[in-house]
Design a protein. Structure first.
Length: 176
């Protein structure tokens, strides 16, 4: 993997538990990726398989993004729950936005059916920044990132490799 003072990372997971972050980092290192474990501040983008952040207020809502199935298939699964979906980049987003606990429970139900699912804060929270790895950021999450990469193309290539391995990563800029 490309190393250095790169501007890009591929974020693979965000966890409430430092132990869970370390387990993922160990798996990625075994696959020969350059891995950083960091704590971060700011809004959260969390893979559905990872425990999600604690809501900072009762009004926090989260969106569930679903990829890997048709809108009709997803809506068939959502209908009995009183939910619908809208088209979104690469898939659909469940409507309405849900409280954290409900969003995580729904994401697990959908993932069992073989769909790729992400839970994201619906208030438009930005992707995480890097900070010290010894303590969680202000949102309480430990991030696991691959990189750094000097060029976006290299980061994108690694992102695609990780997607093929079943992860739901996203690109992150250094210092954000």
């Amino acid at each position: 993997m490309v190393q250095g003072q790169g501007a890009y990372f591929v974020q693979v997971g965000a966890f409430k538990s430092q132990d869970a972050a370390k387990r993922l980092a160990t798996r990625l290192r075994e696959l020969k990726y350059n891995v950083e474990e960091t704590a971060a501040s700011g809004g959260a983008k969390t893979a559905a398989s990872a425990p999600a952040p604690s809501a900072s207020s009762a009004g926090d809502k989260y969106d569930v993004y679903v990829m890997g199935g048709t809108a009709a298939d997803v809506n068939a699964k959502l209908g009995p729950k009183g939910l619908t979906s809208e088209p979104s980049a690469g898939g659909v987003v469940v409507k309405p936005s849900l409280p954290l606990r409900d969003a995580v429970a729904l994401s697990k139900d959908l993932a069992v059916d073989g769909l790729k699912v992400q839970v994201r804060r619906s208030s438009g929270g930005a992707a995480a920044a890097s900070a010290a790895a010894s303590a969680p950021g202000s949102d309480g999450l430990y991030r696991v990132r691959v990189g750094p990469f000097d060029e976006r193309a290299a980061a994108t290539s690694t992102l695609q490799e990780l997607q093929q391995r079943g992860y739901t990563p996203f690109l992150a800029r250094a210092g954000q």
